[in-house]
Design a binder for this molecule. Structure first.
Ligand code: ARG
Length: 463
C-alpha cells in the first residue's frame, strides 16, 4: 500500500478498507490527463518562482518518462497505489528523488481529480461528436440515394401518408444535429479550470490560475473554489446528452428490427452485422440493433446513479464523488461502441425498395390526397373527409386500393371526381406535391440535403 498520507496515523489501514477506498482500478483510465494537468501545474509553479527552472525540468522529464512507459506497457499501473494521483507521484519520486516531492505544492487531490475528470470528459465529448458526425455522414449518403424511394409514413404504427426513405432517415439526421449541439453547449459551459482551487479554499501560494487554465485549453479558471472541487454538473450534463443519443439510436434500432422482420422485409441487415441461432438454422437475427436498444437502459442507469449520488452531498468535496467515475467511463465506452457499430450496420444495410413502395401503395396512404382533390374542386374539407372515408370503406369491402377503384364507384359517392383523380392520388404526386420546407417532396428534400452537406462541412462543437 503506497499512500500519500500517514503522518497522523498510528495504525495501518485495514486491508478491506484500503481496497474499498481505492480507485486505482478505474481512475487509471485518465493517467494521461493526470500527467497533462501536473505538467501545467509545474510549469506555473516555476513561472511564479515557487519551483526553480531546474526542478521544473526534472519533474517534467520524470512525468514524460512515466507517460511513455505506461503507454508502451513498460510500466504497469497496479493496485499497490490508492489512485492514479498516488501512482504518478510515487513513480515520480522513485525516478527523480526528492524533487518529485514538490509536485503537489499548492495542490490537493480534490482540485486535481476535478481537473482530470474535466479533461477526460472534454476529450470524450470531442470523440463522441466525431462518431455522431460519422453516423450523420452515413445517413446523408442514404438520403442522397433515396429521394425517390417511397415508403409508408406511420402514426400510431398505422400507415398514414407516403414519405420517402430520404425523409425518414432525415428525421434521425435532425436528432443527431441536436445531439451534437448539446455536446457543444456542454463543452462550452464546462470549460473552466478547477486547478488552483486546492482542497476547497484556494491556497496561500501565489498561483497563477489564468496561466494553468490557458495551458490546458480552458477559457479561464473556475470561480468559487468550493464549487470548483465539488461541481459535477458537467458529468450529469454529459451523461444526459449521452442518454439522449442512446434514446435516438434505440428508436432507430427499434425501427430497423421491425423493418428487418419477416413481415416487413423493408431492409436486410448485412450478414456481417447479423447473428444466427444455435438451434433454428433459418434464423438471421438483428442482435446488434437489439443490443444497442438494450444498452440504452444501462446509460440511463449511469445518469440516474450520478444524479442520486450528488443530491445529498454537502459542500465541498466528499468521497461519494469518487462514484462518478466507473459509471461515466462505462457509459462513454458503451455509447462510443454503439455509435460505431450502428454506423457500420446502417451503412451496409440493404433497402428493399420494392417492398417499401408496395407497402406504401396498400394501406390508403393516399386518402388525404383524395380528400385534398375534392377540396381543390370546392368541396369543404370536412365533407371531403367523409366522402373519402366512404370510398375507403368500399375499397376495404372489395379488397382493393383507391388507385384500383373504378371511376363509376368514385362518382357514385361524389360526382366531383373525374379521370384525373388517379393522377392526383398516385404515389409520385402524393410525395412530389409535398414541397413545404421539411417535407418529403424532392424539391424540398434536395434543399434539405444541401443544407446537411453544408452543415457537415462546418464545425459544430466549436472546438
Ligand atoms: N479518488 C478520489 C476521487 O476520485 C480522488 C480525490 C481524493 N481526495 C480525497 N480528499 N480523498 O474522487
Amino acid at each position: 500500500m503506497a499512500q500519500l498520507w500517514g503522518g497522523r496515523f498510528t495504525k495501518e489501514t485495514d486491508k478491506l478498507v484500503y481496497n474499498f477506498n481505492a480507485s486505482i482500478s478505474f481512475d487509471q483510465k485518465f493517467y494521461e490527463q493526470d500527467i497533462r494537468g501536473s505538467k501545467a501545474h509545474v510549469a506555473m509553479l516555476a513561472r511564479q518562482g515557487i519551483l526553480t527552472q531546474e526542478e521544473k525540468e526534472q519533474i517534467e522529464q520524470g512525468l514524460d518518462g512515466i507517460l511513455e512507459d505506461v503507454k508502451s506497457g513498460k510500466l504497469a499501473i497496479t493496485s499497490e497505489y490508492e489512485d492514479i494521483h498516488s501512482f504518478v507521484e510515487a513513480n515520480l519520486i522513485d525516478r527523480i528523488g526528492d524533487t518529485g516531492k514538490k509536485l503537489h505544492t499548492g495542490r490537493s487531490r480534490n482540485d486535481q481529480v476535478a481537473l482530470d475528470m474535466k479533461l477526460y470528459i472534454r476529450d470524450e465529448i470531442d470523440e463522441t461528436d466525431e462518431l455522431v458526425k460519422n453516423l450523420q455522414q452515413a445517413l446523408l449518403k442514404i438520403m442522397e440515394e433515396n429521394i425517390y424511394t417511397y415508403m409508408p409514413g406511420f402514426t400510431h404504427m398505422q400507415k398514414a401518408q407516403p414519405v420517402t426513405l430520404a425523409h425518414h432517415v432525415g428525421a434521425y439526421f435532425e436528432m443527431f444535429i441536436r445531439d451534437r449541439s448539446r455536446l457543444s453547449d456542454i463543452r462550452k459551459r464546462m470549460n473552466t479550470c478547477p486547478l488552483g482551487a486546492g482542497a476547497l479554499a484556494g491556497t496561500t501560494y501565489p498561483l497563477d490560475r489564468e496561466y494553468t487554465a490557458s495551458l490546458l485549453g480552458f477559457d479561464g479558471p473556475s470561480g468559487n473554489s468550493m464549487d470548483s472541487v465539488s461541481d459535477r454538473d458537467y458529468v450529469i450534463e454529459f451523461l444526459s446528452a449521452l442518454s439522449t443519443i442512446m434514446m435516438h439510436l434505440s428508436r432507430f434500432c427499434e425501427e430497423i428490427i421491425t423493418w428487418n422482420s419477416n413481415e416487413y422485409r423493408f431492409v436486410e441487415i448485412d450478414d456481417a452485422y447479423s447473428t444466427g441461432s444455435s438451434i433454428m438454422p433459418q434464423k438471421k437475427n438483428p442482435d446488434i440493433a437489439e443490443l444497442v436498444r438494450g444498452k440504452t437502459g444501462r446509460v440511463y442507469g449511469a445518469l440516474m446513479s450520478i444524479l442520486t449520488t450528488m443530491k445529498g452531498i454537502p459542500l465541498a468535496y466528499n468521497k461519494d464523488m469518487q462514484e462518478d467515475k466507473e459509471l461515466t467511463f462505462d457509459a462513454i465506452d458503451t455509447v462510443k461502441g454503439c455509435l460505431a457499430l450502428f454506423t457500420g450496420m446502417v451503412s451496409t444495410m440493404q433497402f428493399n425498395k420494392e417492398n417499401m413502395e408496395a407497402s406504401a401503395r396498400n394501406g390508403f396512404t393516399n386518402a388525404t390526397d383524395a380528400a385534398d382533390y375534392l377540396v381543390n374542386h370546392g368541396v369543404p374539407f370536412r365533407d371531403a373527409h367523409g366522402i373519402v372515408g366512404q370510398l375507403v370503406l368500399t375499397c376495404i369491402d372489395k379488397g382493393i386500393s383507391l388507385d384500383e377503384l373504378p371511376l363509376e364507384e368514385y362518382q357514385k359517392i361524389s360526382p366531383v371526381f373525374e379521370q384525373d383523380i388517379y393522377d392526383a392520388i398516385s404515389m409520385k404526386t402524393c410525395v412530389e406535391k409535398r414541397v413545404t420546407a421539411g417535407a418529403p417532396g424532392p424539391e424540398a428534400m434536395k434543399k434539405t440535403i444541401d443544407s446537411y452537406r453544408r452543415y457537415l462541412q462546418g464545425n459544430e462543437t466549436g472546438k
